[in-house]
Ligand binder design. Structure first.
Ligand code: M6R
Length: 365
């Protein structure tokens, strides 16, 4: 049942190229450069007219939501807020019928996310769901929605469900832009970039052994810092969450520029720092953040774009990913972080599929 893999988590990480194809199947039509999103087709006009979009979720699904915020604001120019479902529901949030609420949940059973959805419906918003489990409570109670089609996710640490959620959000962001903020040829281009992601992920998966070796040098670390900017800030949060959940090493994710507003005080030779430093508009800024860490003797692992030789002199370890445009990079940069967490945890002898104190779906409040 683990398909020859030692753990479900590893199997699910390696399944991602195929899952990504499944998420796009029938929805992304490359020949015509168009999108067909059956589950939200009837509501598209209302979704496009949203005064604002509020995304509610927990944990990894909340991280996907943050990437959704960057995507929807960049492509569709609709203001987006991302809220923890647990905070949203108890705050008496300001919601009107002009708002759209998107709830994201792998299991479709998370108690706080379900309560947020009911609250939003109560207040008259259109509620859209992004769920993995077909027929789950959240999927049934939303007005419209899309399934992630990632297949059953058994490992408690979410991996393939996350990348599937991000792909769905990417497609939704483009659908919201259609006839409004993006031309058909721009949409076709963005779809092409998305369609190239699965083969790039297969490339990255080949570095698993190399990442295993890196994991060996850090297995005894007590703390980790993960830094990224823009689309890769939520990936930093997700990388840190993966490590915490399965290896029990304390880890924090931060927007790289926030480092000097506090976390820099923690940096010394015992604080490995993971930088997501792909070549995009903030690349040079990230390089100066790396310099700051190095000058304080911090150890640096960089996730960098293929062909970037300069970064080798700055980082102790470099993990390369194929070049890609900024909006799709989270789908690539998260893969080495999933593998790093997995390898560190297994080297520490942890039960990665069933980490202590955690349940696959949190149906209590
Ligand atoms: O099923 P959901 O997507 O609603 O679950 C939300 C979180 O409980 C979940 O993402 C959790 O944080 C995972 N263990 C992360 O790997």
């Amino acid at each position: 049942e683990k398909g020859g893999y030692e753990h479900f988590m590893l199997k699910e990480i390696f399944e991602q190229p195929g899952v990504m194809e499944d998420v796009m199947r029938g929805r992304v039509r490359l020949e015509s450069g168009s999108l067909h999103l059956g589950g939200i087709n009837d509501n598209l006009e209302q979704l496009r007219k949203a005064r604002r979009i509020i995304i509610c979720a927990c944990g990894t699904s909340w991280h996907a939501g943050l990437i959704g915020e960057y995507l929807i604001e960049e492509f569709a120019r609709i203001p987006v807020e991302v809220d923890y479902a647990s905070e949203f529901r108890y705050r008496n949030p300001v919601i009107t019928p002009e708002d759209v609420v998107i709830v994201i949940s792998q299991s479709g059973e998370t108690a706080d996310t379900l309560a947020a959805l009911r609250e939003a419906k109560e207040k008259g918003a259109l509620v859209m769901g992004i769920c993995n489990v077909v027929g789950s409570t959240i999927a049934r109670e939303t007005h419209c929605g899309m399934y992630t089609h990632a297949g059953p996710e058994i490992g408690v640490a979410s991996t393939k469900a996350f990348t599937a959620q991000v792909i769905v959000l990417y497609m939704v962001a483009l659908a919201l832009s259609q006839g409004r903020t993006l031309s058909d040829s721009e949409i076709a281009l963005y779809l092409r970039e998305l369609s190239e992601v699965p083969s790039k992920v297969s490339e990255i998966l080949k570095s698993s052994e190399e990442i295993h070796a890196i994991a060996g040098s850090y297995r005894n670390a007590r703390n980790f810092l993960y830094l990224g900017r823009g689309y890769n800030f939520p990936v930093a949060l997700e990388g840190a969450l993966k490590l915490k959940e399965i290896s029990y090493i304390h880890a924090e994710g931060y927007p790289a520029a926030e480092m000097k507003h506090g976390p820099i005080a923690l940096i010394d030779e015992d604080m490995p720092v993971i930088f997501i430093a792909t070549r995009d508009s903030t690349y040079t800024k990230i390089l100066s953040n790396i310099e700051e860490v190095r000058s304080r003797k911090g150890r640096v692992i960089a996730i960098a774009s293929e062909g970037d030789e300069d970064i080798r002199s700055l980082a102790d370890h470099v993990i390369y990913i194929p070049a890609a445009s900024a909006p799709v990079t989270p789908l690539l940069t998260v893969i080495p972080l999933q593998l790093l967490a997995y390898h560190i945890a297994t080297l520490r002898g942890c039960n990665v599929d069933r980490p202590r104190n955690l349940a696959k779906s949190v149906t209590v409040e």
